[in-house]
Every structure is written in structure tokens, then in C-alpha cells.
Design a protein. Structure first.
Lengths: 175, 626
């Protein structure tokens, strides 16, 4: 098998954004059950080396497909659409303004030790993010509008980072 | 005592097929060896029926050693030459070790890892650990009556790369074929999960003699998946002893003690700790060399209050592990308690309060890790019956990264990544015409390099001169299934490849291992060359067996010419093994490895195709066999 086979094929899944996570989980486990180094602990050196490469590849493929943002980025990459992650300057001003407001709210809640407010921000943002993933499903799987999907992914990269910061603030309050 | 039914009665592997494999729990305080016999995992005992081997090694002037109970009883008489809790020194420098002041040893600082000066010379923790492993190996060989195919050695889940590498080196030095380094809480989970047919998310709270681990695992039909792990590789039962020790010194207003008295008092403190598990009050009495007589009583409440901070210290990693797994305490179906130190009532109470449930203590906390390791070893050597099978997916405990400008860490592989895993990162030159680049690999979560553990430094040379920023240096991290890292770097723009693979600096080189093996064998009046020859023959046998088994399983993957070629290469290898030239055996093994490469690829392809069969396989393009 060609190790450059795409991640969806590796798990026998359709190349689509919408996916049933439990299918991915069980197929990942089926593959690992075949290729994992524990299956080759007492095999020849060649087989042990191959097994490590395949198991590493399966882990990477699984991690990529499991997280919706990574999965979307990967689909766009397969379709030849560059996310231009380095080039954030092209984001629209209103979106960036909104981001700054969010950030200020998080910093204020964190500074004031306001656990409740952070939880509220988390839930609000989570809802926003989930809505955008639904939209992404339509853009990629239904209308194949990959330019809009790319824009959506770039916004989600900001939002996921923000969510991470809120969770980080919540965690530091708990300690 | 846990029993694991892995084979239906009458269905167990035929005796001639059964390969001898063991699991070793190399503990801070005690070590154990276990094996699977007639489908049941059991700990192997010494002649006196004792399963535990105290992890204590005493050196004599003639370089001979006493290991275990004999050494333990001498520790207060000969403290400088009797090494206890050596696991705390594995892969550690002097500055990493706590309570050095209350230890009797003459430490010698050495690059990467501290050493101890004994009457038999300077000993590294790797050598001391190897003595413990040798003793367990001998016990197993005697009990099982044959050569061991391999061993699974357990390590704390929170052990970093340096500590893991040191453990593996110790096993090699003891002449063991290491099938896998297995994380202790994972080993316990295997034992517990198989025994109880458990399903769901479990936490394993493992407080040993010198290390603390917490692992969160998801158990689903035949899969043990570690979701997150955390811990403190320098926190354990020893620290509780030390708290009592400090309390005694304060209560009795003692002056600084001699090494002998210090060790004696520490032993009394440990006895008191153990006594308090089942009693409200423990006496602490000792006659010191100064003539002073100690006579104190420690009650449960005082013990709990002087160790309160240690227990809170274990709950921090518990919270972090839950967070990393994206779970809350109430999501945990059961908490498995592992390690002798979890017998302390205040530990059980704190864990029970935190998870709001009674912790599971139905397995012997001293034995469960060794039993799980033996079960895994049995699986790894292929002694399975086909019916009972499971898959283990473990993680690395600490992030791996590189030093970047300004002494900052750039994470390359985040903690809790499922292993094996690999990640590549690109870097560039910052000066015109720069032809070399220093690469510094670190492990840890902190932002500053100085707060992380330094694993390796190496230099990539021979970069073609270019303007600043034009070179593209790709650094690849690979973590294998033992959790061990290797790093390779390559410059890619010009097609000129400079590639370096490093073994982290604290690890022993093959030459050093060979040297140590030779030393230890000269002492045993064994013939080092014969021993090495014997090892090559064992390895050759293993290789022939593996190849023949593969050919028997998949004859259709080879054409006639290939089959003939491999058979001829096997015959050649077998022939060299009847002689006494180790070099010829190694060459023949390399040949066989080369001849079977394409076959190995095809077998792997076939396995993967098997999984995908019946699914949508239209998109899958089969590559040509290499």
C-alpha cells in the first residue's frame, strides 16, 4: 500500500467533512490491531520497522480526521486550497474587532477570577463554533464552495484558539 | 490475588509452542517478576516463597553483590555500599534529587546521570538496577526451566525519555531481551480490565515507593486506550517516610545523625508508616550509636496532618490529567488503586473524596503491575490462543520540543500524543553563509528551555552556504512504542542531504554497554566472548523462527524464486550458527533481513487490505512492493 494514500482511504471512509465519529474510531482500532508494534514485538527487524511507520501513520491520520478543524483543513489541502495560515492580515476588520472584544471579555473575567462569566463565554463561543461547523459541512459536502469554506476555516482557527484560552483561564482558576 | 483466565481449559498453547516470557515490575522499594502459566498470570517467588524482591543492592570489595532481603538487612550496617531506592536516580542529575542531605552515599556527578561511589568502584544507577534485574531473571529462569524469549519491563507513566532510556539500558545490561517498556498504570489497567471484564473510563492512581502516576483510560471491547496521563516522578511512599523522619528529629530534638543512625531511623519510620495502616498508633523506638534512646508514639491524626501536603501534591496531576482527557471526576467509572503507598488510609480517603466514590482495592497493589506486565509479555511473544486478544494504545507523558531563539521551547510533539508518533518541523538559518546549526532537544511543559529537561544537543553540519533564511532544515522526531525518542535532521533545499540520528546524550552507547557487560562477566569468570556468541545465536534463532512462521502463514506472497532465495539465506544463517564466529552470524542475519524486506511490506499491505475489505476500497491505490 502506498503510504501516501489519503487518510480517508486509509480508514475506508468517504472523503467528506461530515463523518460518523464512531465509524472512524472503530476503523482506526481495526487498523491499529493489524499494524501496531505490539503485534510485531518478536518479529524480524524489517517488520518491526514497518509496523512502527504504519502505526505512526495511522495515529496521525486518526488525529487529523478526529478534530473537525483539522479535518476541514486537510480536505481543503487535498482539494488544493491553501489556508494561508501565516497570512492573517487578510481577515475582515469587523471580524478582527469582534475578536478583540472577545479577548477583552476573557481577560477581564480571568483577572477578576469570574468563573461563572468564563463558563458563560465558553458556552456562547462553543455554540458559535458548532454552528460554523454545520455551515462548513454544507459548504464542503453539499455546495462544494471551497473558497467560502476556506474563509470559514480561517475564522474557526481564531475561534478555536480563543476557546482554548478560555479553557486555560478556567483551568488556572481551578488551581 | 488476581487471576487471568486467558485460555479456555484444554485450549492452552501446546508446550512446545509456549515461549517463555516474563513481566518485571522494577520498583523503587520492591521489584517483582511474573509470568503466565497455564493461562494464569502469577508472581514468581524466591526459594523462601517470597514474591517481593526488595530493590536493594549491596556491593562488596570484590565486586560481588547481595540483592534483596539480604542487602536490606545490612543497610544500616553498611549504608554507603548498600543502595536503596536506586530508581530515584535513574536518568537524573544530582540537582534533580530531593533529600540528598539525608542520604548516606558518596555521590559522583557525571554527565547526564549521577553515580554512587561504593567499595566496588563507582556505580551508575543503570548498573545497580541491572543487578536487581539479573536477580529476577535468574529467579525466572530457574522457575521456568529455560531461556527467556523476552521481558516486558514496567516504568512509571510519568518517566521522561532519560529515565526510560536508563531503564532499557539496565535491562540490556542484565541480558534481557526487552519486548516493551510498559507504563505501570497501564499494566495495572490490563490486569484489572481483563480480570473484571471492565468497560468504560477508569482512572489508575498509582502511588509507589518513589513515583506517582495517574492515568485515565478508556476500556472498550479489547482495547485499552490511554486518554491522558500525569504524575510526579519524584513523589512516593519514601516521601511519607521522610516526613515522619523529620517529625521525629523535631520531636526528639536530634542533632545531625551518622549515616548508620540515619538509615536505622528511616527504617523505623517506614515500619511506623506501615503499622499505622491497621493501627491507631505506632511506636517509634531506636537506640542510636550516640547511646541516645528514642521512644516516641505517632498517631494516625498526626501522621495524616504531617503528610497532608504530599497528598495534595498528588491531586494536582489528577486534575490536570482529567482536564487533558476532557473529563470531570464524575465521568470516571472506577478508580483503581496501585502501589503499596495506596494502603495508607489517608490516601484512600483523599482519592475517594475527590472522585466521590470508593476506590477499587480488590487487587493486591504490590503485585498488580507485575501481573499485568506478564500478561502483556505473553501476548507480545505470541502465546495467544486466538480467542483472547487485546490492543493497547498508550501516550507520551511530557511534551517534546526544541530550543528556539531566546531560550524558549517550541513544542514539536504535545504531551498525551498516542505512540508511536512522529512530527517534523522546519527551521532555517539566520546568518548568511551559515553552514552549521545547533539543535537542542528538550522535554517538558514549561516555556523556558531552562525549566525543561535537556535530552540531547547535536549539531547539523554541512549545510550549503546560502543567504540567511534560505536553508530549510527539517527536524524529525520519532517516538516509538516504548516512548523512546529519536531525532533526525536534514537540510532539504539543495538536495544535499545531511542527516544525523541522535540517541539522547544521557543514554549509554553500545560500546559502553558492551564494556559494562564485559566487566560484569569477567567478575563472574564467565567468558564474555562466549556470552556474546550465545546472544547472537539466540537472536539468529529468533529471526529464523519469525521468518519461517511468516512464510508458513503467507506462502502466497512469495514466488518460487523468492521462496528459494529466502530458504537458502535461512540455511546459510543456520549454518553460521553452528560455528563460533559471531561476525559471520551477524552478516548472515543482515542478509536475511535484506532478503525478507519486500516480503515484510507485502504482509503489512495484506493486513491493511484485510481490514478494509468489504468497505469502500475504490479509492485505494496499491503501491508497488518495495
Amino acid at each position: 500500500m502506498d503510504p501516501r494514500t489519503d487518510h480517508f482511504s486509509l480508514f475506508g471512509l468517504n472523503r467528506a467533512f461530515r463523518l460518523v465519529l464512531s465509524d472512524l474510531d472503530s476503523r482506526y482500532r481495526d487498523i491499529q490491531a493489524q499494524v501496531h508494534p505490539d503485534r510485531f514485538a518478536n518479529a524480524s527487524d524489517a517488520e518491526r520497522r514497518l509496523s512502527m511507520q504504519w502505526a505512526t501513520h495511522a495515529n496521525e491520520a486518526y488525529q487529523t480526521l478526529k478534530k473537525p478543524l483539522e479535518r476541514a483543513k486537510y480536505l481543503l489541502h487535498l482539494a488544493g486550497h491553501d489556508i494561508q495560515a501565516e497570512n492573517n492580515t487578510a481577515m475582515p476588520t469587523d471580524f478582527l474587532m469582534e475578536q478583540m472584544e472577545w479577548r477583552e471579555a476573557v481577560m477581564e473575567a480571568r483577572g477578576g477570577g469570574d468563573h461563572h462569566e468564563l463558563e458563560r463565554l465558553h458556552n456562547r463561543l462553543r455554540g458559535d463554533i458548532n454552528g460554523r461547523y454545520d455551515e462548513l459541512g454544507q459548504l464542503i459536502d453539499d455546495s462544494s464552495d471551497l473558497a467560502l469554506a476556506t474563509d470559514c476555516v480561517r475564522r474557526l482557527m481564531f475561534l478555536e484558539k480563543l476557546l482554548y484560552e478560555i479553557d486555560d483561564a478556567l483551568a488556572s482558576l481551578e488551581e | 490475588m488476581a487471576l487471568f483466565q486467558i485460555a479456555e481449559p484444554g485450549e492452552s498453547a501446546a508446550p512446545h509452542e509456549h515461549k517463555l516470557a516474563i513481566g518485571i515490575d522494577l520498583g523503587t522499594t520492591n521489584s517483582l517478576v511474573a509470568t503466565v502459566r497455564s493461562g494464569i498470570s502469577i508472581c514468581l517467588s524466591d526459594e523462601q516463597g517470597r514474591p517481593l524482591l526488595p530493590s536493594v543492592v549491596r556491593y562488596h570489595a570484590d565486586n560481588s553483590t547481595e540483592v534483596g532481603y539480604d542487602a536490606q538487612t545490612k543497610q544500616a550496617v553498611d549504608p554507603k555500599n548498600t543502595v536503596v531506592s536506586v530508581k530515584r536516580f535513574m536518568g537524573r542529575g544530582l540537582k534533580d534529587i530531593s533529600h540528598v542531605e539525608s542520604m548516606p552515599y558518596d555521590f559522583v556527578e557525571a554527565p547526564g546521570m549521577v553515580k554512587v561511589k561504593t567499595i566496588a568502584g563507582i556505580k551508575s544507577p543503570v548498573e545497580v538496577s541491572a543487578e536487581i534485574l539479573k536477580s529476577l531473571k535468574l529467579r525466572a529462569e530457574t522457575a521456568l526451566g529455560g531461556d527467556l524469549v523476552g521481558a516486558v519491563i514496567t516504568v512509571p507513566a510519568y518517566f521522561d525519555d532519560a529515565q526510560r532510556q536508563a531503564t532499557k539500558d539496565a535491562a540490556r545490561l542484565a541480558g534481557l531481551n526487552v519486548l516493551r517498556l510498559l507504563n505501570e498504570p497501564t499494566a495495572a489497567a490490563i490486569a484489572y480490565g481483563l480480570d473484571n471484564a471492565a468497560e468504560g473510563v477508569y482512572a489508575v492512581y498509582d502511588l509507589g515507593g518513589g513515583t506517582f502516576d495517574i492515568s485515565v483510560l478508556k476500556l472498550t471491547k479489547g482495547v485499552f486506550e490511554v486518554m491522558s496521563t500525569g504524575g510526579d516522578s519524584a513523589l512516593g511512599g519514601d516521601d511519607f517516610d521522610h516526613r515522619i523522619f523529620c517529625w521525629v528529629i523535631e520531636q526528639a530534638k536530634l542533632q545531625p545523625l551518622s549515616p548508620e543512625d540515619g538509615r536505622l531511623l528511616m527504617m523505623r519510620c517506614r515500619e511506623a508508616k506501615e503499622f499505622l495502616t491497621n493501627n491507631p498508633e505506632a511506636p517509634i523506638t531506636a537506640r542510636l550509636s550516640t547511646g541516645e534512646v528514642l521512644d516516641l508514639k505517632l498517631d494516625v491524626a498526626t501522621f495524616a496532618s504531617i503528610t497532608q501536603t504530599l497528598i495534595s501534591k498528588t491531586l494536582q496531576p489528577v486534575k490536570k490529567a482529567l482536564r487533558d482527557a476532557g473529563l470531570r471526576a464524575e465521568d470516571i467509572k472506577g478508580v483503581v488503586m496501585v502501589g503499596g503507598a495506596t494502603r495508607m488510609p489517608q490516601v484512600q480517603k483523599a482519592v475517594g473524596d475527590f472522585f466521590r466514590q470508593e476506590p477499587l482495592t480488590n487487587l493486591d497493589p504490590d503485585k498488580v503491575v507485575a501481573l499485568g506486565a506478564a500478561t502483556q509479555a505473553n501476548l507480545l511473544v505470541g502465546n495467544k490462543t486466538g480467542k483472547d486478544d487485546w490492543l493497547l494504545l498508550d501516550v507520551i507523558p511530557l511534551s517534546l520540543g526544541l530550543e528556539t531563539m531566546g531560550g524558549l521551547t517550541e513544542k514539536v510533539i504535545p504531551r498525551n500524543s498516542t505512540i508511536p508518533t512522529a512530527r517534523a518541523q522546519e527551521f532555517t538559518t539566520f546568518k548568511d553563509g551559515q553552514t552549521a546549526m545547533a539543535i537542542h532537544v528538550v522535554q517538558g511543559e514549561r516555556e523556558l528551555v531552562s525549566d525543561c529537561r535537556s535530552l540531547a544537543r547535536f549539531e547539523l553540519r554541512g549545510i550549503p552556504p546560502m543567504v540567511a533564511g534560505a536553508a530549510r532544515i527539517r527536524v524529525t522526531f520519532q517516538v516509538d512504542a516504548d516512548g523512546l525518542l529519536s531525532v533526525a535532521a536534514r537540510e532539504q533545499t539543495t538536495g544535499v542531504e545531511s542527516s544525523v540520528t541522535v540517541k539522547p546524550s544521557y543514554g549509554l552507547s553500545d560500546d559502553e554497554i558492551a564494556g559494562m557487560l564485559k566487566d560484569s562477566m569477567e567478575h563472574a569468570k564467565d567468558d564474555a566472548i562466549n556470552r556474546a556468541l550465545k546472544e547472537a545465536i539466540v537472536e539468529g534463532k529468533r529471526m529464523i523462527e519469525a521468518t519461517e512462521a511468516a512464510m508458513k502463514e503467507d506462502p502466497h506472497l512469495l514466488n518460487e524464486a523468492e521462496t528459494a532465495k529466502i530458504k537458502a539465506t535461512i540455511a546459510k544463517l543456520a549454518d553460521t550458527m553452528t560455528g563460533d564466529n559471531r561476525r559471520l552470524i551477524n552478516i548472515a542475519m543482515d542478509d536475511l533481513g535484506f532478503e525478507t524486506q519486500a516480503f515484510a511490506h507485502r504482509r503489512m499491505d495484506q493486513s491493511i487490505k484485510k481490514v478494509l475489505s468489504g468497505r469502500n476500497v475504490d479509492d485505494i491505490k496499491m503501491g508497488e512492493d518495495a
